[in-house]
Design a protein around this ligand. Structure first.
Ligand SMILES: [Fe+2]
Length: 389
């Protein structure tokens, strides 16, 4: 059994950790400050704290508050243009996964070219080498979902081709990440659930992946345990400090797990959904697919013992069959109020399924290779159909 553990990000974790930023060495003198197009970071006071920390160290700051959910290619390219023209030498990402991923994509593009898609090594991406080191990124996460603060992946949608591709480059690990669960207190209940399930599924997919190893398994099982224990509590009471801290921890572990192992085809199938319907949150799409997806993997006996182990990790200590995992999963979705999400609410119809399957299997081929039992196009379409409401 082999693995390589390379997570070179300095992570400052804990309630109130953002206060630490002002006393930590910054990787440059002029930051592109990437934030969302909403005002949550301003409302929570996090933006003021970040600005104060930059000012305290004499760093200049160029604001770029244009990132929406499911960040798109034109916005990334615009961010890179601003960073280049303003002479920014590092990037600060303050926000959730979309903001952190956009910041990473900007960090690759700004010193290397004008079009991020030239470097994306999948789908219609150009696969050009990243010759110059990406700009260093400081990530300050305000959600507990994508694990982007602890991995080297950026997920960006190209609206011209309807592709949503996760691109990995070792230069995209943030140099410094702040994981301060108090910044997640204002996340509304449903978004908390969507993001928390994303974290959970990073752990479950990486555990059933053929890339799993002893190190990733340890982190995966711990993350699942924290999600099972704390996600519903965080959904029900956003100011439950212990639950928020637990979910921030689980999410960070899940980010590391993705660098050690790899997500499976469910992530590819979801990317196709939210590329088609950008208003669909990534976590919501994953939740819609989850039951049918895992039922399929259990039906082909992809790894029966691993499903039992996941049920154990999630608190079903008397679990003895792979089906017990489905029971625990369904119960958690019900408890979090997300058991009845419908694709039809997002304009997705069964007529889309053949094209979605093709899109998923080409643009996210990388994760399909991680399945223990390879998916056929027919399997993918059948899972979409069974997930449809
Ligand atoms: Fe994800």
């Amino acid at each position: 059994m082999q693995f390589e553990f390379y997570v070179p990000t300095r992570i400052i974790f804990g309630e109130g950790a953002l206060e630490e930023l002002k006393s930590r060495a910054l990787p440059g003198k002029k930051a592109l400050l990437v934030t969302s197009s909403g005002s949550s970071a301003k409302r929570s006071g996090a933006l003021d704290k970040v600005l104060a920390a930059l000012a305290a160290q004499g760093a200049e700051c160029v604001p770029f508050g244009r990132i929406g959910a499911n960040p798109d290619l034109p916005t990334v390219n615009e961010g890179a243009r601003v960073a280049r023209e303003e002479g920014c030498d590092f990037i600060v990402a303050l926000g959730g996964g979309s903001v952190m991923d956009a910041a990473k994509a900007i960090s690759v593009t700004a010193p290397n070219g004008k079009n991020y898609w030239d470097f994306v090594a999948a789908g219609t991406g150009g696969g050009m080498p990243v010759k110059n080191s990406p700009l260093p990124v400081v990530a300050i996460t305000t959600t507990a979902g994508t694990g982007s603060e602890a991995d080297a992946t950026a997920v960006v949608t190209n609206p011209a081709t309807n592709e949503k591709i996760g691109f990995v480059h070792p230069g995209m690990f943030p140099v410094l990440s702040v994981v301060d669960s108090t910044l997640t207190y204002g996340v509304p209940p449903q978004l908390t659930a969507f993001q928390g399930f994303d974290a959970l599924f990073h752990a479950t997919e990486c555990y059933v992946s053929n890339k799993a190893n002893k190190m990733s398994e340890m982190l995966s099982l711990t993350s699942m345990g924290y999600c099972a224990k704390y996600l519903a509590r965080a959904v029900k009471d956003g100011r439950d400090e212990e639950a928020r801290d637990g979910m921030s921890f689980a999410n960070m572990l899940s980010g590391m797990v993705m660098t050690l192992s790899g997500c499976t085809s469910k992530h590819g199938m979801e990317h196709a959904l939210s590329a088609l319907s950008p208003s669909l949150a990534h976590g919501a799409g994953l939740i819609m697919l989850a039951h049918a997806y895992y039922a399929h993997m259990i039906s082909v006996h992809a790894c029966d013992d691993r499903f039992v182990a996941m049920a154990h990790a999630m608190g079903a200590f008397d679990a003895s069959s792979p089906q017990d995992f489905l029971k625990v999963l369904d119960a958690l979705m019900r408890e979090c109020g997300v058991a009845n999400l419908r694709m039809s609410d997002y304009g997705i119809t069964p007529q889309h399924f053949p094209a979605l399957a093709k899109n998923a299997m080409s643009s996210m081929k990388r994760v399909f290779l991680n399945d223990r039992v390879p998916m056929t196009e027919g399997d993918v379409i059948a899972i979409y159909q069974k997930s449809y409401r």
